[in-house]
Design a binder for this molecule. Structure first.
Ligand code: CP
Length: 326
């Protein structure tokens, strides 16, 4: 199945079949990354722009690498030195980039819904790289890809998501995606950082951290998002680490081979101890590599939106771009 959409704005808009297709293509893309060549021509002639109004290391760099590995022309727009700093609106910035021939614009913004507004006003495809406290779809896709690599299927897996759920777009996207794929997300965090609507999304709220971690197949820590907190929502970082932190003395409650995950960046010693971050079951660095594969898959699948011909993804490595989209 191809991704028959102009934009990727949220996990809420993807079906389970579409998520599976992205993960399948990402598996092929990962082979390209690990092959050492790291170069294909599938996006030759396409222009990919990254427009980040918020800080990022992993997402921005992995999108740029993904586009480069696919031979697209890539430009990273530095918002602080662009005309945004002179007061240009998001829509005007988008239309300007559209007029320059952008094929795909990747946007991160502190306002929820900014990627949707941009997508409505440009011809280019738009990918949401994180909007406020709303969604971070590519993070959820790379997390599901990482879990699927180990377990083959997400069906029935207990995924404990621990920490600042309220401010976390990663948690929202993951909860939606995991449920669509048949997994069972279980959440725990300070009561001040649990949104009231979370159980209506299908996640189970655990009464204690021990209950959340018990026999979990996957444990996902979340970053304490101090920059999004207008008021102090917990007493001190030390107390947070003591009552809500993931460490070797509570991780033993999860299954012996449980995956230890974190989207990064991590506040070491706050939401996760160094023993866990660098521990035997940690897949945090694999998540980063998988992020490139998943983003390559999305760029590839979106760039084919005008294709009249069905793409044979099984032959993706061996067939030249011209034949795919001729
Ligand atoms: N996980 C994530 O979104 O990291 P960055 O903020 O570094 O992009």
């Amino acid at each position: 199945m191809k991704l028959n959409k102009k934009d990727v704005l949220g996990i809420s808009e993807l079906t389970a079949d579409e998520i599976s297709s992205v993960l399948d293509i990402a598996s092929i893309m990962k082979k390209i990354i690990l092959s050492g060549t790291k170069k294909t021509n599938y996006l030759r002639g396409k222009t990919v722009l990254t427009l980040f109004y918020e800080n990022s290391t992993r997402t921005r760099v992995s999108f740029e690498l993904a586009a480069k590995y696919l031979s697209a022309d890539t430009i990273n727009i530095n918002v602080s030195t662009s005309s945004v700093a002179k007061g240009e609106t998001l829509i005007d910035t988008g239309k300007t980039l559209d007029s320059m021939g952008a094929d795909i614009i990747i946007i991160r913004h502190s306002m929820s819904g900014a990627p949707h507004l941009l997508a409505k006003n440009v011809n280019s495809s738009v990918i949401n790289a994180g909007d406020g406290m709303h969604e971070h779809p590519t993070q959820a896709l790379l997390d599901m890809f990482t879990i699927r690599e180990y377990y083959k299927s997400l069906k029935g897996l207990k995924v404990a998501i621990i920490g600042d759920i309220y401010h976390s777009r990663v948690a929202r996207s993951n909860i939606m995606g995991l449920i669509k794929m048949g997994a069972k997300p279980v959440i725990f965090g300070p009561s001040t950082l649990i949104p009231t609507e979370i159980e209506s999304m299908g996640a189970k709220l655990s009464p204690t951290i021990d209950d959340a971690l018990y026999q979990a197949d996957v444990v996902m820590g979340l970053r304490m998002q101090l920059e999004r907190q207008k008021h102090a929502l917990f007493p001190t970082k030390n107390e947070y680490a003591k009552f809500f932190g993931l460490n070797e003395s509570n991780m033993y409650l999860a299954k012996e081979n449980a995956l230890w995950m974190h989207p990064g960046p991590v506040n070491r010693g706050v939401e996760m101890s160094s023993n866990v971050i660098d521990g035997r079951n940690s897949v945090i660095n694999e998540q980063v590599t998988n992020g490139i594969a998943v983003r390559m898959a999305l760029l590839y699948m979106l760039s084919g939106k005008e294709s009249k011909k069905e793409v044979n993804y099984n032959n993706i490595i061996s067939i030249p771009m011209q034949e795919v989209y001729a």
